[in-house]
Design a protein around this ligand. Structure first.
Ligand SMILES: [Zn+2]
Length: 483
């Protein structure tokens, strides 16, 4: 195995991404085009995202359940916008047990319909509300232009589904879960996402309104990293989700749904990676620390390994996820480069001299060269390494925030906006119409990302017109190239 690097990010961003996913052993293509095999290093990354989300869902009163993979075709057609939006992406099962099925079954693209069906049975009275459910599952949406983690035909995700007595409560829930997503993205993934309302064109098929968190990737393109939908009474009407209120009158429930998928892994790769490969936020990294023993003689080998295990024991007791790289026949330099490419936050070198001095040499992934290196005494590793991991987590968020802020622009004309979306996001007053969005996309390749919540205090403010077409503006929206 020769030491080889990834294509530098600055040279070819798309190839860099493909190289990183492959060489860092995150995932690979499956026999069926568009599907992916997630390897342990990539899956562990997802597991940490998953547990960060799951604990937040539980803390906000949600419970996990599981619904079937197969959904009767007739369910999908019950909500008009839903069927229109999802039909082109559906995988349909027509045969089972060697016979043609009476009714085709859809492999779930999302579960509003089958969960709506169950909710209609579970909900009888106002006492059954709110109903707060989450499901961890895989879904299938036929993908014509697949890219590992970013767009795959089958992907893993969670989908939250809730029902409420009132419109206000459902709206509150929609925004609460958007906040949960933003908190996870910022504080676990170190991605400074922007929360906003999607345009009517970009919203979920069947929703009244969709909200998203949008992250800026290393090439300034946007990535929608999570969505939360206010479904109004649309699915309650389609699936007859009704309850008896305090006055014994039948009422329709109000529902929401929200999801984050393995796309988030792609976001972490692209928000933090550099020319040398991955840079993983310590809170998500499968290995927060990798120890590389260095030795020449058998005698040294023994003492170096003994010391390395002493260090490892202390760190494990301090709750640090670590790995001792004891692979034979590879040089320390190769191992160091390899773990650097795989984005391990802290690498520790231990050689005979370190054993003598009872210390280790640490190197930060987020700070290149000598500046990122420092010796740590054995009796300090258990306190210093967790501190260092916190510092790296904060530094990645800060770097991503500075990068984002230097690429957020405001435009006051279409001409100005066209220049800005070449390398960044452009904030404009926008009318929100389909025609205008289509035109922008055709002429600039930029799409509407969101109407940021903190920059839009009211909708359709008087006297404000669209910077592109001149019609009444709906609000201020970010436009950019996007994944
Ligand atoms: Zn317009």
């Amino acid at each position: 195995m020769a030491a080889q690097g990834v294509t530098p990010r600055s040279e070819d961003y798309a190839r860099w991404y493909t190289d990183v996913v492959r060489m860092a052993d995150l995932a690979e293509n499956a026999p069926v085009r568009g599907c992916m095999i997630i390897k342990p290093y990539g899956y562990e990354l997802w597991e940490h995202i998953k547990s960060a989300l799951d604990s937040r869902f539980k803390a906000t009163g949600h419970r996990n359940a599981y619904f079937p993979l197969l959904i009767p075709m007739s369910f999908i057609t019950k909500e008009a916008e839903h069927v229109e939006g999802f039909t082109p992406e559906l995988a349909v099962v027509t045969h089972g047990g060697g016979k043609e099925l009476e009714e085709p079954l859809v492999v779930r693209p999302t579960s509003e319909t089958v969960i709506g069906h169950a909710f209609a049975n579970w909900i009888q009275s106002y006492r059954d509300l709110p109903l707060l459910i989450n499901q961890w599952a895989n879904v299938v949406r036929w993908e014509l232009r697949p890219r590992l983690f970013l767009r795959t035909t089958e992907f893993l995700w969670q989908e939250g589904h809730t029902a409420h007595a009132t419109e206000e409560e459902a709206l509150e829930e929609t925004l609460r879960m958007l906040d949960v997503y933003a908190d996870t993205a910022i504080n676990e993934c170190a991605i400074p996402v922007i929360k906003g309302l999607k345009s009517q064109q970009e919203k979920f098929a069947g929703a009244v309104d969709s909200y998203s968190i949008e992250g800026m990737m290393g090439n300034t393109w946007a990535l929608q990293a999570g969505t939360s939908h206010f479904l109004g009474e649309n699915f309650a009407k389609a699936f007859d989700i009704q309850y008896l209120d305090e006055n014994n009158e039948q009422q329709l429930a109000w529902t929401t749904s929200w999801g984050v998928s393995t796309r988030m892994v792609g976001a972490v790769i692209m928000a933090h990676g550099d020319d040398k490969g991955l840079r993983l936020p310590p809170r998500l990294a499968p290995y927060q620390v990798v120890i590389t023993p260095i030795f020449k003689t058998d005698e040294d080998r023994e003492s170096v390994f003994a010391f390395a295990h002493q260090v490892a024991e202390q760190l494990t007791a301090a709750g640090v996820r670590l790995h001792v790289d004891d692979r034979e026949g590879l040089s320390p330099g190769f191992k160091f480069n390899d773990w650097e490419m795989r984005g391990v936050p802290v690498r520790l070198e231990i050689g005979p001299r370190d054993v003598e001095g009872q210390s280790v040499m640490s190197a930060r992934r987020d700070v290149a060269g000598k500046e990122g290196k420092a010796p740590i005494a054995l009796d300090a590793v258990a306190t210093r390494i967790p501190e260092l991991l916190d510092e790296i987590q904060a530094s990645l968020l800060q770097q991503a925030t500075e990068f984002r802020d230097s690429n957020l622009h405001e435009a006051s004309s279409y001409e100005e906006m066209k220049e800005q979306v070449d390398a960044g996001w452009s904030l404009i007053w926008h009318c929100g119409t389909r025609e205008c969005e289509d035109r922008i996309k055709e002429e600039t390749k930029a799409s509407s990302r969101c109407y940021p919540l903190d920059l839009n205090e009211e909708w359709s403010p008087e006297g404000k017109t669209c910077d592109v077409c001149g019609q009444q503006a709906f609000g201020r929206a970010y436009f950019s190239r996007a994944y």
